[in-house]
Ligand binder design. Structure first.
Ligand SMILES: C[S@@+](CC[C@H](N)C(=O)[O-])C[C@H]1O[C@@H](n2cnc3c(N)ncnc32)[C@H](O)[C@@H]1O
Length: 270
């Protein structure tokens, strides 16, 4: 978390509560042979717990003084320290987990980095600002970008973390946010993106009208009904899981069409 105040001009809140650190590491479930990336390692409290599991740790830290300290502290361990901005650091090509007490100011940028593309992310256990975690885990996200994440990843608040767990204590609570990839058929990604784009462009429009922008004419009603969604329902009431179910069906062509649904030419918005 990051919150600049007169008492804490750097705006950095270090995680002091060992049970919260243990909870993050336990939830990540990493061990020997695994690779775990830590964003914003700071003085290394979480880093040490991760190294203790036997996993290889890639500790990303921007601040030079912390980087020197981390390199001294973990000179002999399975920890590689890189001085980089987490928004730009090259991420591993092999599957990796992420654990971090994220600087509050870069929470969205960090999630974009992890969830927008096609990274071999096994999962992430993150401390983020409480309100941010609530927005990410809303049943119906308020923007298409968050819905894109929530459709492809399970986003869940594990616990609320009180300000007292940090030093100095921030003004607001944090959340342990657990992120795990869903098993998504890659063919569903294109229709999913198109559905979300259409739905969030006109959240007051019907599900049928949204699907009309993605699947061949005349198929929208059948597709909606095949997943148990009412065609006249407002697009703005559909959850990311439901959009994913629709996209999977559209891609597989099992809404009674016999073949995979093709995005209607020039209308999909992808
Ligand atoms: C909230 S502190 C967490 C420190 C430590 N992991 C802990 O839990 O006590 C965030 C850390 O991220 C670093 N940081 C801030 N912005 C960063 C960025 N853009 N890229 C990499 N590190 C960053 C800060 O220097 C700080 O050490």
């Amino acid at each position: 978390m990051r919150e600049r105040t007169r008492e804490n001009p750097s705006g950095v809140h270090f995680l002091r509560d060992r049970s919260v650190i243990a909870g993050l590491v336990r939830s990540a479930g990493v061990g020997p042979g695994d690779l775990v990336v830590e964003f914003g390692a700071g003085p290394g409290g979480i880093t040490a717990a991760l190294a203790g599991t036997g996993a290889r740790v890639l500790a990303v830290e921007r601040d030079e003084a912390f980087v020197r300290r981390l390199r001294r502290r973990f000179a002999d361990g399975p920890v590689r320290v890189v001085q980089e901005d987490l928004r730009r650091v090259p991420l591993p090509r092999r599957p990796y987990a992420v654990v971090a007490n994220l600087p509050f100011a870069v929470g969205t940028a960090a999630l974009r980095r992890l969830l927008d593309g096609d990274a071999p992310l096994l999962g992430a256990d993150l401390l983020v600002e409480w309100g941010f975690a609530r927005r990410l885990t809303a049943a119906v996200p308020r923007d298409a970008g968050t819905a894109w994440w929530a459709a492809r990843y399970e986003l869940r608040i594990v616990r609320r973390v009180a300000p007292a767990a940090f030093s100095p204590a921030p003004r607001v609570a944090a959340a342990h946010l657990r992120i795990r990839p869903r098993a998504v058929d890659r063919r569903a990604l294109r229709p999913l993106r198109a559905m979300l784009t259409a739905a969030y462009r006109r959240p007051g429009g019907t599900v049928a009208a949204t699907l009309d922008a993605v699947v061949p004419r005349g198929r929208a009603h059948r597709l909606a009904r095949s997943t148990g969604i009412s065609p006249p329902a407002a697009a703005g009431t559909v959850t990311p899981e439901q959009w994913l179910a629709l996209a999977v069906r559209a891609a597989a062509g099992d809404a009674g069409t016999g073949t995979g649904e093709q995005p209607a030419r020039g209308r999909s918005g992808t």
